[in-house]
Design a protein around this ligand. Structure first.
Ligand SMILES: Cc1ncc(COP(=O)(O)O)c(C=O)c1O
Ligand SMILES: [Zn+2]
Length: 409
């Protein structure tokens, strides 16, 4: 049994003990809820913890260990990127290799916690929407838990991702529209059929999952009993879940005296779908939706971030940080730079963060003495056709120039 967990509503701030899967605030009906834990558990820094995210079980929203649905997610390596660093002129770059999660992306953390919570609440059938990685991750974990899953995806996502999702046996519904329209279709379907709808960033599971990235970074950068926060946490963003959860994690650690600072955030979007960056550059706390995203990097096409941007704006105003957008071409170039310097092959959506890292170092936004952690959020594997741009591999003597000017995929 876990320590007592509480839930707080973002809007009216009322809080109540967390007993079962809550969906909206019982006082005002608002949908953005956060879990909190009154104190750090005794065992927080003990060395005997399992090598997955459930090492932090006492700070996760699950009451009974028998409900854990795990494939070994989390506790991914934190790699010092020396070669990339020497190429782009920065000595303190670390890569959180989230590709090494069971289905190849950081969304496995979210799937493990969300599906475990569903299991604990007795939910047998659920609806989720995704641009690919959540679909794959949830399909795998739902299969393991024996939960029937309806997954809504926009039609533009790579076939490889749909096939990878389908292997696990969920129902997949392709929506001829944008990701935002897909989310709406999923919500409508859940309502019509009275099914549980995964609420993504608004719900408790997703943010609690992403905060484990912060715990791990602090534990891995530091030493036993002396955890350490980096100066920067960098990620490509679509809905904004990763950075929101990661800051929550560092806030908790700071409150409990386990780290002495909260990193600044570097958040990156693609030029063709950058509603958060547009708003942030004008210092506006609300984002104007992008109705027609124009990019081949479908993974990052949340056109209407809604409340997530408001939260991110508040967090970045409080703790510092910058946002920027990069072109698809810059992302593809960064993808190959990373692969060739560090042996790490990320998907284009992740490469957006590498392109952003290069940009911030060149612009002096990240100072030479600052420690940077970049989330290597997903593997190239389920997007292989897009990575190679439908061409056969090239001869070694001409290596280098081939990917400079990627064609549209
Ligand atoms: C590989 C990858 N990177 C980055 C993101 C952006 O994540 P978020 O904005 O939800 O933190 C996603 C979202 O699906 C993703 O799949
Ligand atoms: Zn409320």
């Amino acid at each position: 049994m876990n320590q007592q967990i509480y839930v707080q509503c973002r809007k009216c701030k009322s809080s109540f003990p967390y007993n079962t899967y809550v969906i909206t605030c019982p006082d005002c009906g608002h949908g953005w809820l956060d879990a909190f834990y009154p104190s750090p558990a005794q065992s927080f820094t003990s060395g005997a913890a399992p090598a997955n995210l459930w090492r932090y079980r006492e700070h996760l929203p699950l009451h009974h260990a028998e409900n854990i649905v795990s494939l070994g997610e989390g506790w991914t390596p934190l790699l010092h990127a020396k070669q990339l660093g020497s190429q782009i002129g920065h000595a303190h770059i670390y890569l959180k290799d989230e590709r090494q999660n069971p289905t190849g992306s950081f969304k496995d953390r979210q799937a493990s916690i969300a599906i475990s919570m569903m299991k604990e609440a007795g939910i047998r059938e659920a609806v989720v929407s995704s641009v690919g990685n959540v679909a794959i991750a949830y399909a795998a974990y739902a299969a393991r838990a024996g939960i029937k899953l309806w997954i809504f995806v926009p039609e533009g996502i790579p076939d490889e991702k749909v096939r990878e999702t389908a292997v696990y046996g969920p129902y997949i519904i392709k929506i001829p529209g944008t990701y935002d329209q897909t989310k709406q279709a999923a919500a409508n379907y859940a309502k019509e059929h009275n099914l549980f709808l995964d609420r993504g960033i608004k719900g408790i599971a997703a943010k609690e999952a992403m905060k484990t990235i912060a715990y791990e970074i602090a534990e891995q950068l530091g030493e036993p009993g002396l955890w350490q926060a980096p100066d920067w946490y960098l990620q490509s963003v679509s809905g904004g879940l990763g950075p929101v959860g990661v800051v929550k994690g560092f806030q908790e650690l700071k409150e409990w005296g386990l780290v002495n600072k909260i990193p600044q955030l570097g958040c990156f979007q693609v030029d063709g779908c950058a509603p958060m960056v547009n708003a942030f550059e004008q210092k506006r706390p609300f984002a104007e939706p992008i109705r027609h995203p124009h990019t081949n990097i479908i993974t990052l096409t949340t056109g209407d971030p809604g409340e997530a941007y408001e939260v991110l704006f508040e967090l970045m105003t409080q703790h510092g940080g910058e946002m920027a957008s990069v072109s698809d071409g810059e992302a593809y170039q960064a993808l190959h730079t990373l692969a060739r310097t560090e042996g790490i092959s990320v998907e284009p959506a992740t490469a957006v963060a590498i392109a952003g890292l290069i940009k911030f170092i060149n612009q002096g936004i990240i100072r030479p003495d600052e420690t940077v952690v970049v989330n290597c959020s997903g593997h190239t594997m389920p997007v292989s056709e897009h990575i190679l741009l439908n061409h056969p591999p090239r001869q070694s003597e001409t290596q280098g120039s081939y990917f400079e000017q990627p064609e549209p995929v």
